[in-house]
Design a protein around this ligand. Structure first.
Ligand code: SAH
Ligand code: SF4
Length: 396
């Protein structure tokens, strides 16, 4: 039966108007930008062209000052400056790991903080971005899930994380210079703080902006959205975003998954697998990533490995399995499986014909690894209980 009231948490909405009455152009879809430019006095006949021009300045060239938009008439630049700003989240701290991983703490409206991690590899550079401050879900192995403060990020704050990283990597193109095809920031994973499918519209709008060929221009195949299993939103992800999908699977029985990933109490493993099997984009070249965190004595037995394969085969899901050595955090209730155990588990999966890479732990020295992200701001306005009560959540 289709659940009628999915656990949801539109906890706070941030007004788009800034205090001084100016509107941030970052994060607006093309249609929204057109409306904004019209409202500011742009002529109807010119609106589409103006959107194209401003869009390219912001998202292709990385320009932040209307005065630099040199193909626009001076008085039009003045009109833009009177009405709008181009504003990104502010970087308040940057840590660089011995292995080159960069962790940024960025401040967003209201003084909240989220973390963004950049992971350089030989053939790519991946930016791990956040979709919420904290997370209302309470996965028992995840540090973010222990954070009390929760709010959805706006589209501007989500795409702003990408623009901020391009600033830091100095990767905006320079007019007149040849285009550098080897991008430092080539991939995006929505694997930072928060559950992206509980902030669907803002995540979608931000990813559409990141994919737009006239701007940041990332291919949809280089964007991976990770979800804990918000079943009703999975099909929408394929239809409205079209990116790759990763699923935080982590357990092979409902009994264990109910504890590790409590959203499982709402949508059980079987229901989740059916939604994955139906994911319209899934194919051999665009496999679904099953993320599986290795917790000693909890989910790492040979039987678990066989059950995992059985689930995937039974539903015929094009899949790869990403084994994540558990990243311990202060007070975490689990231990990481031994390397031998992880290898034995990986081997069973490999023998069954599936790729089973073991995720390398990066940025350990700066607490930048998966699931360790938790901003320092703990001035909780609301407890998770309050938020759930407001959202009318039926737990269990
Ligand atoms: N909320 C989304 C995306 C963010 S979490 C989700 O749950 O999928 C990104 C990945 O890190 C998820 O697979 C999550 O289960 C995993 N993770 C969380 N805490 C972890 C930890 N302490 N060690 C290893 N992986 C962890
Ligand atoms: Fe939220 Fe994902 Fe952490 Fe679970 S694993 S608490 S869904 S961020």
């Amino acid at each position: 039966m289709e659940p009628t009231s999915p656990i949801t948490q539109d906890v706070m909405t941030i007004p788009r108007k800034l205090p001084e009455g100016k509107q941030n152009l970052v994060g607006l879809t093309r249609a929204q930008m057109k409306d904004a430019l019209l409202a500011a006095g742009t002529k109807e006949k010119q609106a589409k062209m103006r959107v194209n021009q401003v869009w390219q300045w912001i998202y292709h060239w990385g320009v932040r000052d209307f005065a630099d938009m040199t193909n626009l008439a001076k008085d039009y630049r003045a009109l833009l400056a009177e009405n709008f700003v181009i504003e990104l989240p502010e970087v308040v701290q940057k840590l660089v790991s011995e292995d080159g991983t960069r962790k940024y703490l960025v401040k967003i409206a209201g003084g909240h903080e989220v973390e963004v991690v950049y992971i350089p590899e030989e053939d790519r550079g991946t930016l791990c971005i956040s979709s919420q401050v904290g997370c209302t879900l309470t996965c028992s192995f995840c540090h973010t899930g222990t954070q009390k403060l929760v709010r959805n990020l706006t589209a501007a704050e989500i795409v702003g994380q990408i623009m901020m990283a391009r600033d830091d990597l100095e990767e905006w193109p320079v007019p007149g210079e040849p285009k550098d095809e080897t991008r430092l920031l080539s991939n995006i994973v929505l694997m930072g703080m928060g559950e992206p499918l509980y902030n669907f519209d803002n995540v979608r709008d931000a990813m559409k902006i990141a994919m737009d060929p006239e701007g940041i221009s990332l291919s949809r195949r280089r964007i991976t959205l990770s979800t804990s299993g918000v079943v009703p939103e999975i099909a929408r992800t394929a239809q409205e975003i079209g990116c790759l999908l990763a699923i935080s699977f982590h357990a092979t029985t409902d009994e264990t998954r109910d504890v590790l990933v409590p959203i499982n109490k709402r949508w059980k493993i079987e229901e989740l697998l059916q939604a994955l099997a139906a994911y319209p984009k899934a194919s051999n070249s665009e496999r679904i990533t099953f993320e599986y965190v290795m917790l000693a004595g909890v989910n790492d037995s040979d039987e678990d490995a066989h059950r995992l394969i059985d689930h995937i085969k039974r539903h015929n899901i094009p899949a790869k399995i990403n084994l994540i050595p558990f990243n311990e955090w202060p007070g975490s209730p689990y231990k990481r499986s031994s390397n031998n155990r992880i290898r034995a588990f990986a081997n069973i999966i490999y023998q069954a014909g599936y790729a089973s890479p073991i995720r390398k732990t990066r940025g350990d020295d700066i607490m930048a690894a998966c699931g360790q992200l938790k901003s320092a701001t703990e001035r909780a306005r609301k407890s998770r209980k309050q938020i759930e009560a407001e959202a009318g959540v039926a737990q269990g």
